[in-house]
Ligand binder design. Structure first.
Ligand code: FAD
Ligand code: NAD
Ligand code: FES
Length: 275
């Protein structure tokens, strides 16, 4: 069903935007951790995007995307008053959230937006939430104010030192885990190398670590096998078994290889679209 765009905000010009969509049925059911599959044209592929927020009263969901290739470029070409051809969801398992104490939510780059919804779920249930967010530079940092409005602590890094700690989110995470042994879980959303590095950072501390995997998806409903990942030596389909998994068990090198499998075709596709 065509899904109208009610609001569009460019968060990082030409790179990252936020859309608020009129999708009352999805908004009613969506929980933190859920995602949607979007299709921009009849012949186009479907792409997965995490639900970054919901407003049940107004029947809206929020998505935040990084312009990567053809499909996200087609999405970026739409504006308020346009409609996305179809939006299917909510899909995947929602985040497991229970009241346990202190949780650290780590977000890198665009992943901060998806992490924000998970962090909000933990805050609502009464957990103490420590947010750790990082971007390459200050102008690429998302959702800082939104997170500040509900987290108990917010630690910020930039790779170039233009804001907050100069370095990676994993350095802030290690310091926080060393400082206080109160953390029952670390949740990480962002680029694959970051999620792999978070899992290695938490491993010596023995803290449960949940990562939200982003393999290539085709149908999003467990039929095609495109999103196959290996977790604890077993094959899992991220769309129906995840997208969240135990970070200490994920085969990250395989995920990186599989994400790069169609790079040549993806490059041709965006070049043809731009012409
Ligand atoms: P493509 O032409 O498919 O790819 C362009 C480049 O990006 C290529 O180099 C390719 O190797 C790389 N790439 C493609 N897919 C991915 C991927 N899944 N992860 C990393 N690199 C990739 N992105 C967001 O910006 N916001 C979100 O909230 C978000 N949520 C996601 C939730 C899930 C469950 C999953 C599986 C992925 C999510 N992604 C999210 C990633 C997003 O789906 C891809 O960036 C998108 O499909 C790229 O499509 P494209 O046609 O624009 O680029
Ligand atoms: P980026 O490459 O600019 O990295 C952002 C931050 O992540 C860095 O500033 C750093 O602090 C940290 N980081 C990166 N590599 C690291 C490493 N090796 N070790 C430790 N920390 C590291 O991020 P981007 O360009 O915005 O990319 C966002 C990625 O997040 C995309 O791959 C996208 O697919 C993914 N994403 C996933 C979801 C999801 O739900 N799974 C949602 C949104 C975005
Ligand atoms: Fe097809 Fe997961 S995307 S099985």
């Amino acid at each position: 069903m065509p899904t109208p765009i009610l609001h569009k905000e460019s968060l990082i010009p030409g790179k990252t935007s936020k859309l608020v969509l009129h999708a009352p049925q999805i908004a009613q059911k969506a929980r933190p951790g859920h995602f949607v599959m979007l299709r921009m044209s009849e012949q186009g592929e479907r792409i997965p995007l995490t639900i970054a927020d919901t407003d049940r009263e107004n029947g809206t969901i929020t998505i935040v995307y990084l312009v990567m290739g053809k499909s996200t470029a087609m999405l970026e070409a739409l504006g308020v008053g346009d409609a996305i051809l179809d939006v299917c969801g909510p899909l995947g398992h929602p985040t497991h959230i229970e009241k346990r104490g202190t949780v650290v939510c780590v977000g890198g780059g665009t992943g901060i937006a998806a992490m924000h919804h998970i962090a909000k779920g933990h805050a609502r249930i009464g957990n103490k939430v420590v947010g750790v967010i990082g971007a390459r530079s200050k102008d690429l940092l998302l959702f800082e104010n939104e997170l500040k409005s509900f987290v108990d602590e917010l630690l910020v890094s930039t790779d170039d030192g233009s804001y907050g700690h100069k370095g990676l989110v994993t350095e802030l995470l290690r310091d926080r885990l060393e400082k206080d042994k109160d953390v029952f879980e670390v949740v990480a959303v962002g680029p694959v190398p970051m999620m792999a590095a978070v899992a290695e950072t938490t491993r010596p501390f023995g803290v449960k670590t949940t990562v939200s995997l982003n393999p290539i998806m085709v149908d999003g409903i467990g039929m095609c096998g495109a999103c196959r990942v290996t977790v604890g030596g077993k094959t899992k389909f991220a769309c129906v078994d995840g997208p969240e998994f135990d970070g200490h068990e994920v085969d990250f090198p395989e995920l990186r290889r599989r994400l790069a499998a169609y790079r040549e075709q993806e490059t041709i596709s965006i070049e043809e679209y731009r012409r």
